[in-house]
Design a binder for this molecule. Sequence first.
Ligand code: AMP
Ligand code: MG
Length: 403
Amino acid sequence: MLSCEEAIKQLLEVTQPLGTESVALTNAIDRTLAETIHSDIDSPPFDKALMDGFAIVGQDLLADQDKSFSILGEIAAGQVADFEVASGTAARIMTGAPMPHGADSVVMIEKSTVEGDLVRITDPEFGVGQNVMKRAESLAYGQPVLTAPRRIRAMEVGLLAEVGRSTVNVISRPSVSTLATGSELVDASEKPSGGQIRNSNGPLLSAWCNQLGAEATSLGIAKDNQADLAEAIKRGLQSDVLLLSGGVSAGDYDLVPKTLGDCGVQKLFHKVSIKPGKPIWAGIYESGEHRCVVVGLPGNPVSTLVCFQVFVRPVLCKMMAAPLLESPRCSVTIDRDHRQRGDRPTYWPAKWHGTNKIDVELLPWLGSADLRTLIDADLLVLFPEGRSDFSAGESLPGMPFPA
Ligand code: AMP
Ligand code: MG
């Protein structure tokens, strides 16, 4: 059977990074920057006072740290002084105001006493240039300030505004259609009766896609008949990614692989050596310039979840050129002995034990239909194939969920 690594490789081979689009700065948060940003200004654009106080010629106070100056005038933020500060004189200045010509230092107001037109300054710790930020000290005109690819957070949004950007080029969001298949499924808004269960996979998949930066559209539920399936699949193939859940196993009503084939999707693989999730199916649909990566996830909710984390997340990340979002791996230590059949690599839900992000507690998980236990999970622990007994204290690979 195909290994997980080989399956991921095959999926990534058919996955192409998406193009870019321009968005308003107000919508840029959490997107991936797709251009190098240069500053169109010096910042600060002028020598700037960092304190409310008095602008002076620094040499004056260096010579005598208790001295009186005659006050020439006042400069508020947003004003430019029309006078020059010479030795023995001072300007009242506010935080953010441009330094007047001649002055190079600011003494904070707390170190001054005003008597009429004179100010007496006593500052034993004085240093020339203090409380002044020089023009271009933070960034200079033409300087590259952000390079692609890079996730845009609040501080990047602020910096983009500082360098004059109200729009920015970002990587396009992959459109993902999600389709839950199964004649037993009803929507979350309904009360299941007579053999029915609620569709939990559809909302789970859409939510996770959106969290990772994709744009999910739910195609709802398709019954286990080819006509229903084909109709929904054809709509889904218009997206960059089509995720289906259910109907990929060996049962008489597992019609997803055949219907996908009939709809023109070329199979990449069916069945991977993984637990849970073995029946996973993947393919690629091409029509002219358009490509759609198709993944049929096994219907049990935890199989769907594990297969999304292992196989789909890297696909979305490659499309968004977002390597930092790719499923990170870490090394963890398990808290108890564990026994399993060992014929396939097994992902087991666990939670952090303490705060070191190394020690984990294996959860009392009932298997792939037990989504409830995953509520407590912070990560999946990977038990490699070929062994059935693992001991408390052993180190194993872990795969944390996105926070
Ligand atoms: P299947 O992969 O279609 O054989 O389904 C395997 C198991 O998962 C069955 O017990 C289904 O009822 C269940 N299942 C399938 N799809 C969903 C879904 N969307 N939400 C919750 N459970 C599901
Ligand atoms: Mg089914």
